[in-house]
Design a protein around this ligand. Sequence first.
Ligand code: 4H6
Length: 251
Amino acid sequence: MMRIDIATLFPDMCENVLSESIIGRARKRQLVDITCHNIRDFTNDKHRRVDDTPYGGGMGMVMQADPIYRCYQHICSLQSVPPHAIYLSPQGKTLTQQRCKELARLPSIMLICGHYEGIDERVIEKISPEEISIGDYVLTGGELPALVLVDAVVRLRDGVLSSAECFEEESHFNGLLEYPQYTRPEEWEGRTVPEVLLSGHHANIEKWRAKQSLIRTYKKRADMLENYHLTKEEKALLKDIKAEVNEEKGE
Ligand code: 4H6
C-alpha cells in the first residue's frame, strides 16, 4: 500500500477533503494510507508558535524551521525508509501527468505545506525536498496544491478507479483531449445529441469520437499535438480538420 504523509498547519482541511469521494473510498478500502500531521504539534514553544518575523525585516511572517523538521523526523520514524519529500511552492517545477505517474510508483511520499511568506530556507536545505508547483499563480498556503497532487497521484494506483472510471487511462485518446460527452435527455433546451451516438453503430461512434478528440485538441490545445505521435489515420483526419477549421475562419 502506498503511504502519504502531509505536514500542514491545517490537518482538518486536508482530512475533510481526503475523506470524500474516490480518495475517501480508496482509503477505506486500504489502497492508500494517508495521514495528516499538524506541524503545530511539533513546537517546543509553550505558545505553540510556528512562525516568526523575517530576519532582515520586511512584511509578514516566516514559518520556523524546527517544528517542520521535527514533524519530518516523526514521519520518518513511522517507516523504515525515509519518504520522498515534496515541498509545494510557487517556485517549484510545474506538476505534469507524467510526474504524477512516476510519483504513483513510489512506496511513500511526504508533502510539506507552507504558509505565511514561506518557510525558513534552512529546513528546506536540510530535507532537500523535490519542489513542485501546480501552476503559475500564488495561493495562501500549500494545502490546496498538496490535495491536488494527492488526488492526481492516488487515482493512478491500482484498484482506485473502477473500470468505468479509468477507461480514459487505457484509451487510445491518451495524449489528446477527451471527446464531448452527452447523457439524457436526448433534447435539452432545443439542443440535440449528435446522431451517430444514438445509432448504436460502434465503429462509427469510435471514429466520430477519435475525430472529436483531434478537433478539440487542435482547437483548444494545439501545443499538445507537438508531443503526440499521430497515426497515419490521425494525420489524414487532422489535415481535414485543419481545412475545415480554416474554412470556418473564412480563409
Ligand atoms: C511555499 C512558499 C504553492 C508555499 C511560499 C504554494 C502557490 C503554489 C507557499 C508560499 C503557494 C503553487 C505563501 C508564497 C503565501 C505567497 C504557499 N502558492 N506562499 N502554485 N503558497 O503550487 O504567499
